[in-house]
Ligand binder design. Structure first.
Ligand SMILES: N[C@@H](CCC(=O)N[C@@H](CS)C(=O)NCC(=O)O)C(=O)O
Length: 209
């Protein structure tokens, strides 16, 4: 299998953590896509992912799967038990509900702030920017952090009792916040404690190696 990505970027980080969690590192060839130089805006790359984003998983039969959630679902079913995306219908439903919230309220909101209210990927790539929309999304992301903190007041992980892809999404989202020099407020003690616990998982160090 191949994964087209850009090491260190937030969404690629989500899939790299999932790969490490599932013990699949040896089965993947990572292919660097030079986003700042527009390598994801070519006809060849659009054929793999019409959205022009990384990561993209390419299976040995040529099938291409984009969107971190879909990629993680696939990786979670390659071998062994599905540990990241729910073990039964109820768990799967809750994981997907919370995954959507972690994306919309944190990861994607910060991504929109990055693309609209900062230089983003550079003038060649950011052809339309709307600073007000970017700033509005920063407010949304801060509210998202408060929401996640509240969820963590009643359970150890974002989808319940066990670690899941939702924790990966939110952890990578906070990594993007760091990159953007946006602090997690000190008052969000549940989120801070959860972050430290997730950071200690071997998959985090392995995904950054
Ligand atoms: N919803 C997508 C988001 C992917 C995404 O936005 N990736 C960023 C890198 S972190 C990207 O490729 N951006 C390229 C661009 O915006 O031109 C997913 O889950 O994979």
């Amino acid at each position: 299998m191949k994964i087209y990505d850009f090491k260190g970027f937030a969404n690629p980080a989500r899939v790299r953590i999932a790969v490490a969690e599932k013990g699949l590192t040896d089965q993947i060839e990572f292919v660097h896509v030079d986003l700042p130089n527009g390598a994801h805006r070519t006809p060849e790359f659009f054929a793999k992912n019409p959205s022009g984003t990384v990561p993209v998983l390419e299976l040995d039969d040529g099938t291409t799967i984009s969107e971190c959630t879909a990629i993680t679902v696939y990786l979670d079913h390659v071998q062994g038990e599905s540990t990241l995306t729910g073990r039964n219908g109820k768990e799967r439903a809750i994981v997907h509900m919370m995954q959507r919230r972690a994306e919309a309220e944190l990861m994607d909101a910060l991504g929109t702030y990055f693309h609209h209210a900062t230089p983003g990927l550079g003038a060649e790539i950011e052809l339309y920017q709307n600073r007000e929309w970017g700033e509005k999304n920063l407010k949304r992301a801060m509210a998202g952090m408060h929401y996640l903190n509240q969820v963590l007041s009643r359970q150890p992980y974002l989808a319940g009792e066990s670690f899941s892809m939702v924790d990966i999404t939110a952890f990578a989202g906070l990594g993007l916040a760091d990159f953007l020099k946006i602090d997690v407020p000190d008052t969000l003690t549940n989120l801070q404690a959860w972050r430290a616990r997730v950071a200690a998982r071997p998959s985090i160090a392995a995904s950054q190696a």
